[in-house]
Design a protein around this ligand. Structure first.
Ligand code: FAD
Length: 474
């Protein structure tokens, strides 16, 4: 089958581009090497919709950060996922940092980014866990938070409801260009979009020598239990340095708090393991901005990999040698924020002029995942009467029912793995980290997908959790 457009990579850039393209009469395919969407940088980051106060003037990062920030509230409403405009404080703790804060204030003025300047005492009244050393805070009310994988999953689901095809577990290994592009000797496409994150240069090298080289910069985090959701209510940034935005305290849309990240070059671009040194760095740095951190409430650590390219900006353009080959590369921070604006521009400025496709008149909207914790009791009781599985609690920490798990499995872009279920409706996100519910989720996946329990994966290929029946030989 011939496709109009094939997108390589189902992170936030690939899924939002697919979503934007699904509004037009176009034949679109998304190829993703992992078992789910949002398994690269999109699955492990600070989850912030930056206000745009920080990127270097004149860069694509700056342009798309500002545009994307304005798009997120409506986008999340459309996709029926959570967006919380929590606001941020950038805090200065020395005379030198006050100068950097002044530079950020000038940038806010130039970019029309709303702000307020607070002295240390006023800031501490709003955020009691701010360090006593904080002299001044730049308050940025247009900073927001989302769950990035929720946005990507919802965008992909809605794109699929409107005709986009997704192939998971499909690794692009070879591409050649004849009249059209031919991928792995089997898929033909007129336009090819490279959204492969840390592998963008590998994809480009399949067609020509890549004009950029991608380096993975690892960022590591602690996650505190949501019982401590009140530990900070704004995002707390230090002033930025040459190493980036620095170590942050970030509330999440589910009421947890993340502390991190550091920034270290990873030799292996796929290695997202945490390290003692990285977490120690986070622990030391974070004390400059917040105090009394309840580490006894720490439930998880994780790391994400930033796709940094040597051109120090996003690289978004049609290839200068190969017509129809589009790069969306080097999408490191603020890539999550920028992604909706990138998707819109690439669609309208690069792709649509090639096809002159009409906009669809009947566009199908997705429904939000069922969340029994937000339902009035009468509505919940009615739901349980209709399907008793909504009254059967599987995850006791987060109070997730079997009915919710079945809902996320049977959607378009539905969950196929234990972590896929976790990313969509949270069993395993709580204090016990799946200790109690994981065997039940595994059994539900096997039952609903009609698979042998030994074939159910935790996450990536090779991550089976059941080796054999207890009395069976291995
Ligand atoms: C530590 C950290 C903190 C961050 N914090 C923020 C933040 O707070 N705010 C913000 O705006 N941005 C933030 N970012 C940046 C943001 O996360 C990224 O810019 C964004 O997620 C990049 O999305 P992507 O879709 O381009 O790449 P990815 O999400 O990495 O997706 C690329 C996809 O391509 C697939 N792929 C690769 N090769 C192949 C192949 N050969 N065949 C098929 N599929 C392939 C991969 O499996 C992957 O799923 C942060 C990033 C990190 C790492």
């Amino acid at each position: 089958m011939m496709y109009d457009i094939t997108i390589i990579g189902a992170g936030i850039t690939g899924t939002l581009l697919a979503h934007e393209l699904s509004k037009y009469h176009l034949n679109v395919l998304v190829l993703e090497k992992e078992n789910d969407v949002a398994m690269g940088a999109t699955g492990a980051n600070s989850a912030m919709i930056h206000s745009g106060h920080d990127p270097k003037p004149g860069t694509l990062k700056c342009k798309y950060n500002l545009l994307g920030n304005r798009m997120y509230p409506d986008l999340c409403k459309e996709l029926r996922v959570e967006y919380q405009p929590v606001g941020a404080f950038v805090v200065a703790v020395s005379e030198e940092e006050l100068e950097t804060l002044d530079k950020l204030i000038r940038q806010c003025d130039e970019r029309n980014v709303p702000y307020e300047i607070l002295d240390g005492e006023t800031a501490r009244k709003q955020e009691p866990h701010l360090s006593d050393e904080v002299l001044r805070a730049l308050s940025l009310p247009t900073t927001g938070i989302v769950m990035p994988f929720e946005v990507a999953i919802a965008a992909m689901e809605e794109a699929m409801l409107n005709g986009v095809e997704l192939r998971l577990g499909y690794e692009v290994k070879q591409i050649r260009k004849e009249a059209d592009f031919i991928i792995n000797d089997e898929i033909e496409t007129k336009v090819l979009v490279n959204c492969a994150g840390v592998h963008c240069d590998d994809i480009t090298d399949m067609l020509r020598e890549s004009p950029y080289h991608v380096e993975a910069r690892k960022g590591e985090y602690f996650v505190l239990d949501h019982l401590d959701g009140q530990f900070v209510s704004h995002v707390i940034y230090p002033v930025p340095s040459i190493k980036g935005k620095g170590v942050l305290a970030v509330p999440t849309t589910h009421g947890n708090v993340m502390l991190g990240p550091d920034s270290e070059v990873s030799v292996n671009v796929d290695d997202n393991s945490t390290t003692g040194a990285g977490l120690e760095y986070v622990r030391n740095e974070i004390t400059k901005t917040v105090k009394d951190i309840p580490y006894h409430r720490m439930i998880h650590t994780f790391a994400g990999l930033r796709p940094h390219i040597d051109l120090n900006d996003f690289y978004i353009q049609e290839d200068d040698q190969i017509e129809g080959f589009i790069h969306i590369a080097g999408i490191e921070s603020p890539g999550l924020t920028a992604a909706p604006a990138i998707a819109k521009d690439v669609t309208e400025q690069i792709i649509l002029p090639k096809f002159h496709a009409e906009r669809k008149e009947n566009y199908e909207r997705r429904k939000a995942f069922i969340d029994i914790s937000k339902m009035p009791i009468e509505e919940l009781n009615a739901l349980i009467r209709k399907d008793p599985d909504f009254g059967r609690i599987i995850c006791r920490c987060e109070k997730i029912s079997k009915g919710q798990i079945k809902d996320v499995i049977h959607r378009r872009c539905g969950a196929r793995t234990i972590k896929g279920v976790k990313r969509r409706c949270r069993p395993g996100m709580g204090r016990c980290q799946g200790g109690f519910c994981e065997p039940e989720v595994t059994a539900i996946l096997a039952e609903e997908l009609n698979l042998d329990i030994r074939d159910i994966l935790l996450d990536k290929d090779g991550s089976e959790v059941v080796a054999a029946a207890s009395k069976e030989e291995l």
